[in-house]
Design a protein around this ligand. Structure first.
Ligand SMILES: Cc1cc2nc3c(=O)[nH]c(=O)nc-3n(C[C@H](O)[C@H](O)[C@H](O)COP(=O)(O)O)c2cc1C
Length: 182
């Protein structure tokens, strides 16, 4: 079956669906789900998310220069969905979804306590790409709750991070497979 080019990302699935938390210059927090997200460099550690120009997340990252990627467990899927609703700027989706703000270690943007782990970033640069803006951030702190780490490795089976397909369809990643050979 042929896929409409504009919907290509449906078969580039599942993609990690994170909650990106930010704060505006008045100190009001914001959180929204993003699945157009990828690492781009390990040294220096850089990642990007792609946002459409109207996103409050983008406005806040521009205002304060940082943002946090919160890794979402399966149990928080319905709360992630609440955060995707179009609340007015200045309304905290973290509060609306019944989630808890947690002070970040290196950035002004808050993290979300109930999430599995947190990747704190400083805005490096942005670049227009089609109908989205690529927002590249430098990772200044990354942390995972101990209960989701096993012998220094991320325990996906326990964390069950939420991955996006499209619309309301998600995958809870939990089965780890290992490649054979050297
Ligand atoms: C699972 C999921 C993934 C999403 N991924 C993106 C994305 O990568 N880029 C984007 O601009 N919007 C994405 N959205 C839409 C935004 O989350 C949504 O428009 C949200 O209201 C934006 O909030 P904000 O204006 O507070 O930033 C996604 C929505 C969902 C439910």
């Amino acid at each position: 079956m042929e896929i409409t080019p504009s919907g290509f990302y449906e078969i580039l699935s599942p993609r990690c669906a994170v909650l990106i938390s930010t704060v505006d210059r008045k100190g009001k927090a914001n959180a929204a789900p993003f699945s157009f997200v990828t690492p781009v460099s390990s040294n220096p550690p850089l990642l990007l998310f792609a946002a459409t120009p109207a996103r409050h997340t983008l406005a806040n990252a521009r205002e304060t220069g940082d943002f946090v990627l919160n890794i979402v467990p399966e149990a928080l899927l319905d709360k992630l969905w609440v955060c995707s609703k179009a609340f007015p700027k200045g309304v905290s989706e973290i509060e609306e979804a019944g989630l808890t703000e947690r002070k970040s270690k290196q950035v002004k943007s808050p993290s979300i306590e109930e999430c599995v782990g947190w990747i704190e970033c400083q805005l490096e640069f942005e670049k227009e790409a089609g109908d989205h803006i690529l927002v590249v951030g430098k990772v200044v702190h990354a942390e995972c709750k101990d209960e989701f780490m096993e012998q220094g490795k991320f325990d996906v089976s326990r964390a069950k991070p939420v991955m996006h397909i499209r619309g309301k369809r998600f995958v809870a990643a939990e089965r780890v497979i290992q490649a054979r050979g050297d």
